[in-house]
Design a protein around this ligand. Structure first.
Ligand code: EPZ
Length: 431
């Protein structure tokens, strides 16, 4: 029985933010959403129960656990969000549209279901606010491994005669979840799978480390060539999820945009180099240890910085909106170029309504810093856009109402509680 503590989040929630407070304090960084989701999917492959710790309390995590439970997986969680997952009693291999439409990462069950059971029916995720986000690369790779896949009525219907076969996969573009799906499909396949042009993201490495903990044989995660030697079965085990580098980066910007200071604990600066370099260029004073980061603006106004997003270890697209929020109140002109997704500037018009000076030119957002933003009713459209609007609201004069914050709850654990802890005047309004 899944004992999910109801967190009182619902679709119509709004956040009210009164700007102008300088943020100061300490935040414990939660586990990474984008490591938790593939690792939860990967538990499908285990022949014995798995215990995962440092799981973030996020909507996307509860959605994934809901999906697994509908397949027959038995999940129990304790009050610290440590969860035990027993996948030995899976009865169906189906990921319905009603769940997949709320979280496209549900596609991550496709690889493990095919690898373990040779069968899967997974709804196509459809597009989302930041782009069409096809899954053709996932499907082509799994077909090459021997899966028969046809798409009808919005569903991916896949099955395999016997086991998937180890092959060489050359991804034409870097795909994070595409790499993850192939890794999960390959761990129980016949023979060796080699992935070229693999995603290097730390979350891919965390997935590989988890799978190796329970008996997989994966070499090269974190480089662009990953080799997976198929094994006959995976055991159970325990694993702690990686800290969330995007949540960490978002709180660093919250301190920077308000001219304040922050200490992040349970952070990993070594996987945040691109973001930390840009914040230093923006005039932030940053000191790091192995598992902590301190940022201090000393009350100074940040300097605007030019950004070009790219796959890891480049500047992460998931931090683009947050740095634009910083740029629009920083000194000077800057250009942010989004190279990963085709439509990830949905936050721009909302910021302009708050008084920002931003022009869109193709995949570039050109901003001229203004002295002051003004509170306004704004609407979130995707996870990181909503976070960027909250950041802008922290520095805006007056009150900002951010609607549709269910987007925020998907990727940020108790954001209003953590920001209040830092001195922000922010509250959640239900309904
Ligand atoms: C992952 O999405 C993350 N999600 C995203 O985080 C992140 O923005 C993205 O990687 C890039 O870093 C999870 O890990 C759950 P991609 P993913 O496949 O895997 C194109 C967040 O905010 N593409 O690396 O879906 C695609 O359209 C979310 O936490 C194809 O064309 O991204 C995009 O332009 C948002 N065909 C590019 O590749 C495919 O089959 C990179 O996408 C797959 C992808």
């Amino acid at each position: 029985m899944l004992l999910l503590r109801l967190s009182g989040m619902n679709e119509m929630d709004k956040l009210l933010v009164s700007g102008g407070k300088r943020l100061e304090g300490e935040i414990y960084v939660s586990g990474a959403k984008n490591a938790a989701l593939p690792i939860l999917a990967a538990t499908i492959l285990a022949d014995h129960p798995v215990i995962l710790s440092n799981m973030p309390h996020l909507h996307d995590v509860t959605t994934t656990m809901d999906l697994l439970c509908r397949m027959g997986v038995i999940i129990t969680i304790d009050e610290d969000m440590n969860i035990e997952i027993d996948s030995t009693s899976i009865t169906n291999y189906y990921a319905p549209y009603e769940l997949v439409k709320t979280m496209r990462a549900s596609i991550l069950v496709l690889g493990p279901l095919l690898g373990k059971y040779g069968k899967a029916t997974v709804s196509l995720p459809g597009g989302c606010a930041i782009g069409t986000r096809p899954v053709d690369l996932h499907i082509n790779a799994l077909k090459k491994m021997g899966a028969k896949i046809d798409i009808s009525k919005g569903y991916i219907n896949a099955d395999v005669n016997g086991r998937l076969q180890g092959v060489t996969i050359d991804f034409p573009i870097v795909t994070v979840t595409g790499t993850e799906n192939v890794i999960m499909a390959a761990v129980l396949a016949e023979g060796k799978t080699i992935i070229h042009n693999a995603a290097l993201e730390p979350e891919v490495v965390d997935l590989a480390n988890f799978l190796n903990t329970i008996g997989a044989n994966i070499v090269g995660a974190g480089t662009n060539t990953i080799e997976i030697e198929g094994v006959n079965s995976l055991t159970g085990g325990e694993y702690k999820i990686l800290p969330d580098r995007v949540e960490a980066g978002t709180y660093l910007v919250a301190a920077a945009i308000t001219g304040g200071s922050i200490k992040l604990t349970n952070a990993l600066p070594r996987i945040m180099t691109a973001v930390l370099d840009k914040l230093r260029l923006a005039n932030a004073d940053i000191v790091c240890g192995d598992d902590w980061i301190e940022l201090n603006m000393h009350g100074n106004r940040p300097k605007a910085v030019n950004i070009e997003t790219s796959p890891y270890p480049g500047f992460p697209t998931d931090m683009q909106a947050q740095l634009l929020a910083l740029n629009v109140v920083s000194e000077g002109r800057a250009i942010i170029q989004e190279n990963v997704f085709e439509n990830r500037f949905m936050h721009v018009q909302e910021m302009v309504r708050m008084g920002a000076d931003i022009k869109i030119n193709g995949n570039q957002a050109i901003s001229n810093g203004v002295e002051q933003l003004y509170g306004a009713p704004v609407m979130a459209t995707d996870l990181r856009a909503s976070a960027s609007l909250i950041l802008a609201a922290l520095i805006a004069k007056g009150t900002t109402q951010v609607d549709r914050i269910y987007h925020v709850d998907r990727g940020y654990e108790r954001i209003e509680e953590k920001l209040s802890q830092l001195g922000a005047e922010i509250k959640r309004v239900h309904g």
